[in-house]
Design a protein around this ligand. Structure first.
Ligand SMILES: NC(=O)c1ccc[n+]([C@@H]2O[C@H](COP(=O)([O-])OP(=O)(O)OC[C@H]3O[C@@H](n4cnc5c(N)ncnc54)[C@H](OP(=O)(O)O)[C@@H]3O)[C@@H](O)[C@H]2O)c1
Length: 327
């Protein structure tokens, strides 16, 4: 198979395109002929070596890539409910590697059939995993209720942009986004189902007296602290990322006590392996949101040979949608 291999932790030029033996599925796994592989900020963090000491995460040389779309190539022992040739998309939770290749092996529970969905594989891999994450975060963790108001930071980000559509399907009364000033006009012009998009440096003043029941924060840093000022009593903030890159930032926890607030961490890659039965219902919710037109994600495609370029574009923040590699 073709694969883009991270040969060492470091800058994007550590990628090498190479040929490797085709992997075969073990018990409970499926092999997939990959047509599209998602690229996310987490892939960049892993390549940079940010998590190099974290147990269970890959060490070079490794093939990155958490999520793929393609067709089932082979079934491992004991796999039911999927057939060879079936179009599928996979969710995170399959281990932090393997997607940037022409063949990938994943746990069968993380592979979701696309037949009859009408969703093309590029959009599926761009939207379904993040939308399934949004669904699990909003239902299982933040317990979003119909009629509640949601605030989403980094409005155009790959993960963030899945939240407004899922929040709508769950009956949110309103969804406000925030974006940095250079991205603000693009975010306001996008077809994502936000009611409004505010500048991330003064959203807390701009909202006036309005308060939010659920805040979605994949950005961290100052927007996380500022969010405490706009949360309704019994408000929940989902901590789902740190795209701003301020790893030292802390929040004043006494504000939680006084405000009856909760901060809730959620990482789908660690959640789904413990709850594999939730993968397909979450993916079905994601596909339904796509069907309703609530996931108008801008998908950009690059060949696998340009994996390094894909990472550079994510690092310099020039994507504004989702990047997908084609082997
Ligand atoms: N919890 C989970 O299960 C899960 C799943 C997937 C991803 N993640 C995490 O979520 C985060 C985002 O990942 P992604 O793939 O969505 O990345 P992405 O597509 O690159 O999006 C990052 C977003 O953050 C915004 N941003 C960056 N720095 C900012 C700052 N200082 N202030 C305000 N906004 C800022 C960017 O805004 P601009 O548009 O202005 O550049 C962009 O909208 C990462 O930390 C990733 O690890 C978590």
């Amino acid at each position: 198979m073709h694969a883009a291999v991270v040969t060492a932790f470091g800058p994007a030029d550590v990628f090498e395109l190479t040929e490797l033996p085709d992997p075969a599925p073990g018990p409970g796994q499926v092999a997939i002929d990959v047509t599209h592989a998602a690229v996310g900020l987490i892939d960049v963090y892993l390549r940079q070596g940010l998590y190099k000491d974290q147990k269970g995460l890959p060490q070079p040389p490794y093939v990155p890539g958490l999520e793929v779309a393609g067709t089932v190539r082979a079934l491992g022992d004991g796999v039911e409910g999927l057939r060879v040739g079936e179009p599928v998309v996979t969710l995170s939770g399959t281990g932090a590697e393997g997607g940037y290749a022409s063949v990938a092996v994943v746990d069968a529970a993380m592979a979701v059939g696309l037949e009859g969905s009408g969703v093309d594989p590029a959009l599926a891999v761009a939207a379904v995993p993040n939308a399934a994450t949004a669904y699990l975060a909003l239902t299982e963790v933040a317990h979003l209720k119909a009629g509640e108001h949601v605030l989403v930071h980094g409005a155009l980000g790959g993960l963030a942009s899945a939240f407004p559509g899922i929040a709508r399907t769950l009956g949110a009364a309103g969804v406000t986004g925030t974006a940095r000033r250079p991205s603000l006009e693009r975010a306001r012009a996008s077809a994502l189902p936000y009611d409004e998009v505010l500048a991330s440096d003064d959203f807390a003043e701009a909202v006036g007296d309005r308060l939010f029941d659920v805040v979605v924060d994949p950005v961290g840093g100052q927007v996380r602290t500022d969010s405490l000022r706009v949360m309704a009593p019994m408000g929940r903030m989902l901590l789902v990322g740190n795209a701003g890159g301020d790893w030292q930032h802390t929040v004043p926890t006494n504000a939680l006590w006084g405000g009856n607030l909760a901060l809730l961490g959620f990482a789908v890659g660690y959640y789904l392996p413990d709850h594999p039965e939730q993968a397909r219902p979450a993916a079905r919710a994601a596909l339904e949101a796509i069907r309703q037109g609530l996931m108008p994600i801008d998908v950009q495609t690059l060949p696998l040979s340009q994996a390094a370029e894909a990472h550079r574009r994510i690092e310099n923040g020039s994507v504004g949608g989702r990047l997908v590699l084609t082997p």
